[in-house]
Design a protein around this ligand. Structure first.
Ligand SMILES: Nc1ncnc2c1ncn2[C@@H]1O[C@H](COP(=O)(O)OP(=O)(O)OP(=O)(O)O)[C@@H](O)[C@H]1O
Ligand SMILES: N[C@@H](CCO)C(=O)O
Length: 306
């Protein structure tokens, strides 16, 4: 019996002004153990996962079938055991990780031989934007854009010497709802400020100028000014984190998690101090994941040959 492990990291998107374009992979994981089987069976071992639907395919299998259909392939049935460290609808890329996992499941069960570019294009199309899926696929800090013809380009960076702090509220905020509060159009002056902040943020981050990167992170014009009202703790957390040495604090993805970029090696101590101030949230140290999607294949072990 073959066995496959698919491990997909969580991600934070936007990082302030990089709306729908900048992402970063985090060291929290969605993991699928896949076994060849005579019918489709899904089992879940994490309380963070949504309940399996009683009379419908699980979300990950739907994505796998959708992917196989695009290639006119059929899927060999598998038993899939799903584990997750990624809380749902918190701005930590849970849906993107599930989409990436579903595409990879199709790649295996349908023997599709997908290239990284194909996985990126498929996943970005399903998610509606490339920021989270690019981070989940390739790891690191990643900047992405669409060409206009359904193809996406990405550039990853792997040498950011900073850590992260997550403030995870006990309530959910669906991306769909958090996008409804955004304007359809932006005033040119504001859009220019927003893209200048984004450009300088990325340049400072890859140049190791973390203080400047932190300042620019907090200059978003595209989503944060409109979403702050959905996350009442936001301004207090930003101020308190800054007073303890955080470079910058922003909404993670569509929220409600708040994320701080902090000096390398300082996140654990800061999390401990800040947890006491925000008992209704989980304040956690996190690291950038540098690996992205990992697929490990274990060949059948034949006792007779050993
Ligand atoms: N492993 C999973 N299995 C099934 N469904 C999932 C899984 N992960 C996410 N989902 C679905 O995705 C929804 C959350 O997606 P949503 O885009 O609202 O938030 P998010 O991806 O966690 O955050 P963000 O996009 O802001 O980073 C869940 O409520 C659930 O319906
Ligand atoms: N860029 C997306 C990330 C969440 O999916 C947003 O902010 O809505």
């Amino acid at each position: 019996m073959n066995r496959l492990t698919i491990r997909v990291p969580a991600s934070t998107a936007n990082l302030g002004p990089g709306f729908d374009s900048v992402g970063m992979a985090l060291n929290r994981f969605l993991t699928l153990e896949v076994y060849d089987h005579d019918e489709w069976v899904f089992e879940q071992v994490s309380p963070l996962l949504p309940p399996l639907p009683a009379d419908d395919d699980p979300f990950i299998l739907k994505i796998a079938r959708q992917t196989a259909d695009l290639y006119h392939a059929s899927l060999a049935p598998c038993r899939v055991v799903v584990d997750s460290e990624i809380p749902l609808a918190r701005g930590l890329g849970s849906s993107a990780s599930a989409v990436v996992a579903g595409i990879e499941l199709a790649n295996y069960a349908g023997n599709l031989g997908l290239s990284p570019q194909e996985k990126l294009d498929l996943a970005s199309k399903i998610e509606g934007h490339p920021d989270n899926v690019a981070a989940s696929l390739f790891g690191g800090l990643i900047v992405s854009a669409e060409h206009g013809d359904g193809r996406f380009e990405v550039v990853p960076f792997f040498d950011i010497m900073a850590d992260l702090l997550l403030f995870i509220p006990d309530y959910e905020l669906k991306t769909e709802d958090a996008r409804k509060v955004l304007p359809e159009f932006y005033v040119r002056k504001e859009a220019v400020k927003g893209s200048a902040a984004s450009n300088l943020f990325i340049a400072a981050l890859i140049g190791g100028q973390y203080e400047l990167a932190g300042k620019m992170m907090e200059q978003d014009r595209f989503h944060e000014p409109y979403r702050i009202k959905l996350i009442p703790e936001f301004m207090e957390i930003r101020q308190l984190a800054k007073s303890l040495g955080a470079y910058g604090t922003v909404i993670s993805g569509a929220g409600p998690t708040i994320i701080s970029l902090v000096p390398f090696g300082r996140a654990e101590a800061m999390a401990e101090t800040l947890q006491a101030h925000f008992p209704h949230m989980s304040v956690e140290a996190a690291k950038i994941d540098h690996t992205g999607l990992v697929v490990e294949k274990f060949a059948a072990f034949n006792m007779l040959n050993h």
